[in-house]
Design a protein around this ligand. Structure first.
Ligand code: PAF
Length: 249
């Protein structure tokens, strides 16, 4: 069976964890590297997206990739593009801030699945809303989510972290600190207060959203919600950072 690890390149240890997991399941691990223009609503963001193809090949190979596939635009989108519509949670949070983003994601993921025909595909939990939206595509491909890999201070690994200034990098773990401090709070209201207080102490963090939601449908969590997750996004130095954490023991 073949397992696909879809990426946009600029690989790091987080991607390597996905590839290693794929390799533990299969002798055939395809890593795709394609910066999908359909999921960028801001041309500046795609222009600034880090690119490191040679290093990507090295890191993917070391982690166990058996095929590294770098398709060009024509291969993914020959002719006219039929954009798919992502599930309803795509309008919330990350989707509300980045209109059309998740339609672009499901469109490219669907194309990657059509071309590679994997039995399973691996995605990081760091983009938790994306992971749930891809699960909602209900394709025949098994979707596997892998826990976020973090830096020594809790900052989630991301290709965008290299764009942080030295000062921005130091304060960027405010997101992790807020979620970790709130995780075992006795109620959702107290957890939310801890998150709000923690992020308000960091003047460099421009918060987009910081809420606790039901993992299934992204409605605001209550104390009765079975699986609650804190989801946070915002900017430091103009760099968009997102992260999330399951709340509770
Ligand atoms: O998470 C990503 O890197 C991208 O959104 C993905 C899933 C590779 C689709 O372009």
């Amino acid at each position: 069976m073949s397992v696909l690890v879809p990426t946009m390149g600029a690989l790091h240890k987080g991607h390597q964890a996905l590839i290693k997991r794929a390799r533990s399941m299969s002798k055939e691990v395809v890593v795709s590297i394609f910066i999908n223009p359909l999921q960028f609503e801001n041309p500046d963001d795609i222009a600034k997206y880090p690119r490191s193809p040679e290093r990507d090949i090295q890191l993917a190979t070391l982690a166990g990739a058996t095929e590294i596939w770098m398709p060009d635009y024509e291969e993914i989108y020959p002719g006219e593009i039929t954009k798919l519509k992502a599930s309803s949670i795509a309008d919330l949070y990350e989707g509300a801030s980045r209109p059309g983003h998740f339609d672009g994601v499901v469109t490219v993921v669907n194309r990657l699945f059509e071309i590679v025909k994997p039995e399973a595909a691996i995605f990081g939990e760091k983009d938790f809303q994306q992971l749930q939206i891809i699960r909602a595509m209900k394709s025949s491909v098994e979707i596997i989510g892998i826990p976020t890999v973090r830096e020594y201070d809790g900052l989630a690994l991301s290709s965008r972290n290299v764009r942080l200034s030295e000062h921005g990098r130091t304060s960027a773990n405010v997101i992790y600190r807020a979620m970790a401090a709130a995780r075992l709070a006795p109620t959702v209201a107290i957890a939310q207060e801890i998150i709000d207080t923690t992020i308000s102490t960091d003047v460099g963090f421009e918060c987009d959203y910081a809420v606790i939601v039901d993992e299934e449908n992204f409605s605001l969590a209550t104390d009765l919600t079975k699986h609650k997750r804190a989801i946070i996004a915002g900017w430091i130095d103009g760099v968009r950072l997102i992260d999330n954490m399951r709340m509770g023991a």
